[in-house]
Design a protein around this ligand. Structure first.
Ligand code: SAM
Length: 478
């Protein structure tokens, strides 16, 4: 009898994953797809040992785990920093981070084996701007977050109570639910007066029968959860005080990079940083004990009261007004290969922090898609950069890029050089990277071939780098 020969079934690859995601309306760049594929491999490799998921069929994993995790990003705005509460093997936090790399994500998980798995995923995928908690979340967890997202963990009211110590005023909680969650919502409405339901978005995973609901709440009051006054006060009298020593280090770019913090100076910028990123404001710094933090300051803010002879040492601009110690966000890596997104990627190589701040301000004024700090650039959170940016550094879409020498050859760069096509005759492509030479050495020769020029009067050699950037961005935006 003849045995029937069967073709071995081909193992699915990233191409099939991409096609399934596209069917759900999710379009990933090559880099994102590679990352998601790497995550899929890790999940499969460690599932048997760690019992990470009950879904094992390839198509179901892509649709019911990864697409399901990403879809909320297409349905509503996601706050940052965003905590994924009860992340388990990383759902929705890991696929969301891959899809929206600019989000700061905190993966919260209580089981040790899963915490270790999540940390390995973050490392192996070289993800930045994402952390894993070392403990489960309870109301005493007080690291501030602007939003919480959670999938398949517990009833709505339990989570709302659980995040009382960490969710900031006006923060959002997003529940990824199935269609039958009305009873949970009713309970939450009765027993969680600090929250207001703001949205209830029903949807279906495209081309499947699976129904979902994204139920959103806003925290309207923090008073009931955290009674009492108070900012913890630290009185700093001596130059040898370790807090003071660290504050002094923040007067230079190296200290800012090492400590991941900066000093925000000047009353307007201080107010702006507290309004825009309260969760990142760590301490209120004053000379003596007058000028306390404002009434609406975030409660986690500490109050550093410096002796009158110490305050001027760190008051670099001589403002004499309270300063804020600000936790600088880690910059997500710039996906250099993903330049298909329409708009301008502004590449910044400037070494003078004032120039960096000034061009970030221009980028905000002319709606630049991404601001990319090249390795040569000064720290965008240097007090001088923050000041020159007029606070726009707190809202700009900042990314960490490579060095000038490591920029890919095939990047669609539009460079500014005196030898280029006159700016007024130049048609900007839909998607491009704007590059202005560093102060001093100017533009590396390899980028001069596709350059545009700002015509100038005879005898003038060059414009200041920030002025040239502003003119080019104005012309593009126009
Ligand atoms: C059913 S799993 C869901 C995992 C993931 N969100 C998903 O959709 O696949 C619930 C997870 O929440 C975690 N968990 C439960 N209570 C928690 C808490 N208080 N803080 C952090 N994680 C918690 C559990 O360890 C578990 O991994």
């Amino acid at each position: 009898m003849k045995t029937k020969f069967r073709e071995p079934k081909q193992a699915p690859g990233p191409g099939q994953m991409d096609a399934l995601l596209k069917r759900c309306g999710i379009h990933l760049s090559t880099r994102q797809l590679d990352q998601l594929w790497a995550y899929h491999q890790l999940l499969r490799q460690h599932d048997a040992e760690l019992n990470l998921t009950r879904i094992h069929n390839f198509e179901n994993m892509v649709v019911k785990l990864y697409a399901d995790s990403i879809l909320p990003a297409l349905k509503t705005a996601l706050p940052s920093p965003l905590m994924d509460l009860g992340s388990g093997p990383g759902m929705p936090g890991i696929p969301l981070k891959i899809f929206r790399p600019e989000l700061d994500i905190l993966l919260a998980e209580s089981r040790r084996s899963r915490i270790d798995f999540l940390k390995m995923v973050v490392k192996e995928l070289a993800l930045s701007g994402i952390e894993v908690t070392e403990r489960g979340i309870a109301p005493d967890f007080d690291r501030p977050v602007a939003g919480v997202i959670t999938r398949a963990v517990e009833p709505i009211a339990e989570t709302l109570k659980r995040v009382a110590g960490c969710l900031i005023q006006d923060g959002t909680v997003l529940f990824m639910k199935g269609p039958r969650c009305d009873a949970e919502m009713e309970t939450a409405a009765q027993i969680c007066p600090d929250y207001q339901q703001t949205a209830d978005i029903p949807y279906q995973i495209p081309h499947t029968p699976h129904q979902r609901r994204l139920v959103c709440y806003r925290r309207v009051s923090v008073a009931a959860a955290k009674p009492g006054p108070s900012h913890r006060v630290r009185s700093i009298e001596s130059e040898a005080n370790p807090i003071f020593k660290d504050l002094k280090k923040l007067l230079g770019g190296r200290g800012i990079k090492k400590l991941g913090r900066t000093l925000v100076c000047g009353s307007r910028l201080v107010a702006e940083s507290m309004a825009r990123q309260p969760e990142r404001c760590l301490a209120w710094i004053t000379s003596g004990d007058r000028q306390p933090p404002p009434d609406d300051a975030p409660r986690h803010l500490e109050w550093f009261q410096l002796a009158p002879n110490l305050f001027p040492v760190i008051d670099a601009f001589g403002t004499r007004s309270p300063m804020v110690l600000f936790d600088t966000p880690p910059l997500p890596a710039w996906p250099a290969t993903d330049t298909a997104t329409p708009g301008c990627n502004l590449l910044i190589p400037f070494q003078d922090p004032e120039n960096v701040g000034a061009v970030i301000r221009c980028a905000a004024a002319f709606d630049v898609e991404r601001v990319v700090l090249l390795a040569e650039s000064a720290n965008p959170f240097h007090p001088k950069a923050v000041r020159a940016s007029a606070g726009t550094v707190f809202s700009a879409r900042l990314f960490q890029g490579p060095s000038l020498a490591a920029l890919p050859e095939d990047l669609p760069v539009v460079a500014l050089a005196a030898s280029g096509t006159p700016l007024a005759e130049f048609a900007f492509p839909e998607s491009f990277c704007l590059l202005v030479g560093m102060e001093g050495p100017g533009l590396p020769p390899r980028w001069k071939k596709n350059s545009v020029a700002i015509p100038m009067a005879a005898g003038v050699e060059s414009l200041n780098a920030t002025v040239a950037t502003a003119i080019a961005l104005y012309e593009w935006h126009r």
